[in-house]
Design a protein around this ligand. Structure first.
Ligand code: ADP
Length: 378
């Protein structure tokens, strides 16, 4: 069903008398409404499906169907139930009036129409519906930002607190002489652990801020021509600590001079998350490759690991923004289920789609497409 594009309210009427329809058209069009009318029920539903009206005028007495019954039908369908219905009628008794309200009508207009009364009643209900829509939208926005706030507090309170507490504990041990800084293992073990914990906390903090910004529509995507190979190299350097610790080989297969037209920060965040996941879910001595395949005007970027893989039933959960699905890594590394939701969102913002191929026990490939860029010469 197409949405109302114009600001002018669209009124749809059904009445068995052609003359009434003509009169309604005359009155409504000269009062700046868009009007369509019919005397045929099937045609009425066709018009309804073509364009959603702001309000419906229903004749109560028609040969083929009673207006009340038609209104009941409309209110029974979830796509139409919110459209206000005004009954057009001759003289009505109280019982009929009550019946009209019971089946979901909002008002009556008696024939012969008085122009001012007709317009006033229509305008009131169109405005009421608009205001109600606005309130519903605001309530939905509030619900979403509350959920966002709750989730952020839970991540800060738990997932961010634990690496910081662990680091603090280690430093405490050093201060109190429980860990001796003069031993050979000090740099290899204690400093390494501290650095890794700090890396974890920092990357979580970056994801958290990125996610909060993108959920509240504050992310600005400024596409530029990026050298993909360079960004992959930079990301490899950033994640060296984790990959070397697990003796994982990182291979950059991006052909020389592969350029994409994308935003630098969001693209870096996507690659950092996909690569750190690949490291996390690949056992010791594994291998991770980053490939790029350019076809027509798109470049497909692939992050491929030979790690534990993902069961098919988990794949839809992983990309579901409301799920925050998370499992421990091969070395019991914890997670928040934030990374891929963010990646998906950032890839979409750059005009691409994030997809997954995976076989349990063999490995996973996360891949996404970006618009091809050109080399910029300065
Ligand atoms: P986190 O890594 O913090 O749990 P993500 O959103 O980055 O959150 O990932 C969600 C889940 O997807 C992970 O917990 C894991 O179960 C699965 N996953 C992601 N990347 C891989 C991968 N390369 N191999 C196997 N499983 C993966």
């Amino acid at each position: 069903m197409s949405q109302q594009v114009t600001e002018k309210p669209f009124i749809l009427a059904i009445d068995d008398e052609q003359l009434n329809l003509e009169l309604l058209r005359f009155i409504l069009e000269r009062n700046d409404f868009i009007f369509k009318g019919t005397s045929n029920v099937d045609h009425f539903f066709e018009l309804l499906a073509e364009q959603r009206p702001n309000l419906i005028l229903l004749d109560v007495i028609m040969p083929s169907i009673e207006g009340f019954e038609l209104c009941e039908k409309l209110k029974g369908r979830k796509e139409y139930k919110d459209i206000p219905v005004i009954f057009l009628t001759g003289k009505v008794n109280v019982r009929d009036k009550v019946r009209g309200f019971q089946v979901g009508g909002v008002d009556y207009v008696t024939k012969p129409f008085n122009e001012q009364e007709l317009i006033a009643r229509i305008q009131t209900h169109v405005e009421l519906r608009r205001a109600k829509n606005q309130i519903e939208q605001q309530a939905e926005n509030l619900r979403q930002s509350n959920a966002l706030k709750d989730r952020m507090f839970s991540i800060i309170g738990h997932d961010l607190r634990s690496p910081l507490s662990a680091a603090k504990l280690k430093m405490d041990f050093i201060m109190r002489g429980i860990i001796d800084p003069k031993t050979d293992q000090f740099v290899d073990e204690t400093v390494f652990e501290l650095l890794k914990t700090m890396d974890e906390a920092l990357s979580l903090l970056q994801n958290l801020l990125g996610w909060a910004k993108s959920e509240s529509n504050q992310i600005q995507v400024i596409p530029e021509h990026l050298d993909l190979g360079d960004i992959v190299e930079q990301t490899f350097r950033l994640l060296k600590l984790g990959s070397e610790h697990k003796k994982i080989t990182l291979i950059n297969n991006i052909p020389q001079e592969t350029y994409v037209h994308a935003d630098l920060n969001t693209t870096k965040t996507v690659l950092r998350n996909l690569l750190s996941n690949a490291i996390k879910f690949t056992p010791i001595d594994g291998e991770i490759q980053v490939n790029a395949i350019s076809k027509k005007d798109r470049t497909i970027v692939e992050v491929q690991d030979n790690g534990q893989g993902i069961p098919p039933e988990d794949i839809p959960k992983i990309l579901n923004p409301n799920e925050h699905f998370s499992k421990l890594g091969t070395e019991k590394e914890p997670g928040t289920g934030l990374g891929l939701v963010l990646c998906q969102n950032f890839v979409n913002k750059n005009g691409g789609t994030l997809k997954i191929r995976s076989t349990v026990g063999k490995g996973s490939t996360f891949y996404f497409d970006l618009p091809i860029g050109e080399k910029v010469t300065v």
